[in-house]
Design a protein around this ligand. Structure first.
Ligand code: ASP
Ligand code: MG
Length: 412
C-alpha cells in the first residue's frame, strides 16, 4: 500500500475547527486507499509564546530545557489530530518524536535528523491503523534528551518521514496556495508556479522565501522526495499547489524562476587592511567565532599593499560583528584604518536553473535596475543566482522591476 505524508503548518491547525478540516482532508486520502503519515506543527503562535516564556524565565537558558518547552506545542496538536480522526472512525494514533524514535544529533535548538527507523509505525499499519500522526519539529538525542530541529522544522520532519517510508509524495499544507515567482505582498503581478526545481527552491528558501524550511528542501533534493506545497484553505485537487521536483520533470521554464529579497541586511567595510596571506582568514575567522553569518564578501583591488574588505551580514548581527573585528584588532590579529557600517541595505536576487545555459542574465538584471535609478552596492553570483545589495528604500521597486524585466508574470 502506498504511503502519503501530509504536513499541516501552524495556521492549518490553529483552532479545533481547523484541525477538524485538516482531519477531513486526511480522511479523503485514507478513503483513496493510502496509509497516511500526518505531521503537525504547533497551533499558530504557540511556539513563539513558548520561546517567549523560556527567555523570560532564563535569558541564558539551558538549550536542553528550551527544547523540552518548545517541543510541547506539537504534542498537543498531534494528540488532538489523532482524537479527531478517531471521532471520524479513522484508525489513528499519535507519536511524539522520541517514541518513533526520530533520532537526531544533540545540537539542541538546531538538531539534525540522523535516522527514522520505520518498524514501529509499519507494525501499526500492518495491524490496521490508517493514520500515524507525528509531532513535527522534534526528536531525541543520543543522550536521550528531547531535541528540536530549528524554527520551521516540521517541514523537515515531513520530508524525512517521506524519505524513510518511500512515500509517494509529501504534501505540505500551509496558508499560501503554492510557491510564487516573488512575494505577492510586494509585487501584485507575482504568479503561482505549477512546478519548481529543487535547486531553485533551495536558493529561494535560503534567500528568505519563508514557505519551506531550507533544510527540508535540501533533504527532499537528496532523497528525491516529491514535495507539494498547497493551501489547506482551498478546495482540494490533485493539481493544486506547486510541485517541487527534479528539473527533468519540468518541461518548459523561464530562465529566471523567481525574485527573492531579504530586507534586513547590513554592509560593513574594513578600510585599508594589509593585503597579505592570512588576513581574510583572520577577519572571517573572528566573525565566524562570534557566530556572525557572513553572506557576501568583496575584496577590493589593493594599492600599496593595502585593500578594503567588504562583507554583508544580517542587520541584527552588526553589533556582534563590530565587537568581533574590534577585538581582533586589539589582539593585534588585524589592522585597519576604519570600519564603515551601512545598516540600510537590502538584498535582491534572481534565481533560475536556466542561467546555466543562458548568457546575459546579469546584464539584463543590471539594466533593469539602472533604468529605475537603483544603485548597486555589492554583487555576487552563483551558478543559478545573482544577488545585489541595494539601498533598502528601493527594495520593492527593484523586485517589481526585475519581475517585469524577466517576464515572470507569464509562464514560459
Ligand atoms: N512550531 C515550530 C515553529 O513554529 C515548527 C514548525 O511549525 O515548523 O517553528
Ligand atoms: Mg513553516
Amino acid at each position: 500500500m502506498s504511503v502519503l505524508v501530509m504536513k499541516f503548518g501552524g495556521t492549518s491547525v490553529a483552532t479545533l475547527d481547523r484541525i477538524h478540516r485538516a482531519a477531513k482532508r486526511v480522511a479523503v486520502e485514507v478513503a483513496k486507499g493510502h496509509e497516511v503519515i500526518v505531521i503537525v506543527s504547533a497551533m499558530a503562535g504557540k511556539t513563539n509564546e513558548l520561546v517567549g516564556w523560556v527567555n523570560e524565565t532564563s535569558p541564558m537558558y539551558d538549550a536542553r530545557e528550551y527544547d523540552a518547552v518548545t517541543s510541547s506545542g506539537e504534542n498537543v496538536t498531534a494528540g488532538l489530530m489523532a482524537l479527531r480522526l478517531q471521532e471520524m472512525d479513522v484508525p489513528a494514533r499519535s507519536w511524539q518524536g522520541w517514541q518513533v524514535p526520530v533520532q537526531t544529533t544533540s545540537a539542541h535548538g538546531a538538531a539534525r535528523i540522523l535516522d527514522i527507523p520505520p518498524e514501529n509505525i509499519r507494525a501499526k499499519f500492518a495491524e490496521g491503523m490508517k493514520v500515524a500522526v507525528i509531532a513535527g519539529f522534534q526528536g531525541v538525542s543520543p543522550e536521550g534528551r528531547i531535541t528540536t530541529l530549528g524554527r520551521g522544522g516540521s517541514d523537515t520532519t515531513a520530508v524525512a518521514f517521506a524519505a524513510a517510508f518511500e512515500a509517494e509524495r509529501c504534501d505540505i499544507y500551509t496558508d499560501v496556495d503554492g510557491i510564487y515567482t516573488t512575494d505577492p505582498r510586494i509585487c501584485e503581478k507575482a504568479r503561482k508556479l505549477d512546478r519548481i526545481a529543487f535547486e531553485e527552491m533551495l536558493e529561494l528558501a535560503s534567500l528568505g522565501a519563508k514557505v519551506l524550511q531550507t533544510r527540508s528542501v535540501e533533504l527532499a533534493m537528496r532523497y528525491k522526495v516529491k514535495l507539494r506545497v498547497l493551501s489547506s484553505f482551498e478546495e482540494q485537487s490533485d493539481e493544486a499547489g506547486t510541485l517541487v521536483c527534479d528539473e527533468e520533470e519540468i518541461m518548459e521554464s523561464n530562465v529566471v524562476a523567481g525574485v527573492a529579497y531579504s530586507r534586513d541586511e547590513a554592509k560593513m567595510t574594513l578600510i585599508s587592511v594589509a593585503d597579505r596571506p592570512g588576513i581574510a582568514s583572520a577577519i572571517f575567522g573572528a566573525l565566524a567565532d562570534a557566530g556572525v553569518n557572513v553572506d557576501m564578501i568583496v575584496q577590493n583591488i589593493s594599492e600599496e599593499g593595502r585593500t578594503d574588505m567588504t562583507f554583508s551580514c544580517p542587520n541584527d548581527q552588526v553589533m556582534r560583528a563590530e565587537k568581533a573585528v574590534e577585538a581582533a584588532r586589539e589582539r593585534g590579529d588585524i589592522r585597519f584604518n576604519d570600519l564603515v557600517t551601512d545598516t540600510g541595505v537590502a538584498k535582491v536576487s534572481v534565481v533560475g536553473i536556466g542561467m546555466r545555459s543562458h548568457t546575459g542574465v546579469a546584464a539584463d538584471m543590471f539594466k533593469a535596475l539602472s533604468a529605475e535609478g537603483v544603485n548597486i552596492k555589492v554583487i555576487t553570483t552563483s551558478e543559478i543566482k545573482i544577488s545585489v545589495l541595494i539601498d533598502r528604500k528601493y527594495m520593492e521597486l527593484a523586485v517589481q522591476a526585475l519581475h517585469d524585466a524577466f517576464g515572470l508574470d507569464k509562464a514560459a
